[in-house]
Design a protein around this ligand. Structure first.
Ligand SMILES: [Cu+2]
Length: 400
């Protein structure tokens, strides 16, 4: 009888371990995608980015002087060298995946640092302990209670104490996790302050367009830069100054350091997701909706991300590249793009009128009220079909 009781206890311990393992699995954090696996996205099977249909479009992916092309008399783009190459060069282990590095990317936003601490100091240790406990229980049971060593199995079926324990302990663990988890969530979706810079990212198959609605209608289109052997002679191709393969874009998005950024996302065709791992930002871009989050970049640098929602055949080829620069340089860049800084002189007549000037709420309101909530300012910004995507105008993904 003693043997039966003991083995019953061991069985329930095993049950408890398995229950804990289940909890640990369920509580695993939604960390940003492993950058290494994404960066290695194979090009096999996808249409070559430099295929012939992309060629007629010289204006969208212009030759090497892309960034330098501007009207005479305009302010020079402070983020570019005179030859059009970007001034800021990507740094190893910062804002991009790196070979043989484990874990999440180095975080450069307060939210990201909070999330990294939560992941590294609480989630990982607890999950590791649970995994080791379950492994130890399994090994013990397999060896000690194998048929040869323990021919008469226990018939114990209930033990009130241990059943209460294996219910209560996981609940307590989840309760402990819930506090920093909900706090992080609240920080991520705390509305940006009034002085925030608004960046509107619009997903398209398969490139991103950006607008700075508070800065006089500056808008930027970003396409992935192709490799040298994928472009026609004279066309711009990726160099190491631009960034890693599959992550470098022809136009980087410029954002100020130390200033809150209000990110608004939406899409023109299907659901995309705007994600920068080192900012701890991943926000779905949904047609007809505006999603919003905010973050503050702490360090200047180049930061890369990708569309993180399967959006069609060329989902892997719509990267995001950010130049984080001091606020004064950001202001100069905005002026170079023909925009204005809030508080500066009013936009000149040359600046395009913005349907939504400086309030997010306005943006969410249909300008005409005709077609209900799916009509918003986003749809007035018709993107130029990009030769680099090989996507016929307005065709969506009918050819998929
Ligand atoms: Cu996408």
């Amino acid at each position: 009888m003693a043997g039966l009781g003991l083995s019953g206890l061991k069985l329930v311990l095993l049950g408890a371990g398995l229950a804990l393992a289940g909890i640990g699995h369920a509580a695993a954090p939604a960390v940003p995608p492993s950058a290494g696996t994404q960066a290695a996205a194979p090009q096999v099977g996808a249409p070559p980015p430099g295929s012939a249909e992309a060629q007629p479009d010289g204006s969208v992916t212009p030759p090497a002087t892309a960034g330098a092309a501007q009207p005479a008399g305009a302010v020079a783009d402070p983020t570019l060298n005179p030859d059009g190459s970007p001034k800021l060069r990507p740094t190893e282990n910062k804002g991009q995946p790196s070979p043989r590095v484990l874990g999440i990317q180095n975080q450069v936003t307060p939210n990201g640092e909070e999330a990294a601490r939560f992941h590294n100091n609480l989630l990982m240790p607890v999950i590791t302990l649970i995994v080791l406990l379950v492994l130890a229980l399994l090994v013990w049971v397999v060896i000690r209670y194998r048929a040869a060593a323990h021919p008469n199995p226990s018939r114990t079926s209930h033990n009130t104490t241990i059943e209460i324990l294996w219910t209560a302990v996981p609940v307590l663990i989840l309760a402990v996790f819930a506090v920093p988890s909900i706090r992080l969530l609240a920080h991520q979706f705390k509305p940006a302050p009034d002085n925030a810079v608004t960046l509107k990212a619009i997903g398209n198959q398969w490139f991103w367009t950006y607008e700075y609605p508070d800065n006089g209608g500056v808008s930027v289109t970003a396409n992935m830069l192709k490799e040298r052997d994928q472009v026609a002679p004279g066309q711009r191709y990726r160099t190491d100054a631009d960034g890693p393969r599959l992550l470098a874009t022809d136009n980087r998005i410029v954002l100020p350091v130390g200033v809150p950024i209000r990110l608004i996302t939406t899409a023109n065709d299907v659901i995309h997701s705007w994600a920068i791992p080192s900012f701890w930002v991943k926000l779905d871009a949904i047609p007809g909706r505006l999603n919003e989050t905010s973050f503050t970049i702490k360090e200047p640098g180049v930061y890369f991300g990708q569309c993180s929602e399967l959006c069609g055949a060329r989902h892997a080829y719509m990267p995001i590249a950010i130049d984080a620069v001091p606020p004064a340089e950001f202001a100069a860049w905005i002026r170079a793009k023909g925009g204005t800084m809030p508080g500066a002189a009013q936009p000149s007549a040359a600046a395009p009128a913005q349907p939504s000037s400086d309030r997010v709420d306005d943006t969410a309101t249909p300008p005409t009220g005709g077609d209900g909530p799916t009509v918003n300012a986003t749809e007035t910004a018709t993107p130029v079909t990009q030769g680099a995507t090989g996507n016929p105008a307005g065709a969506g993904n009918v050819d998929q």
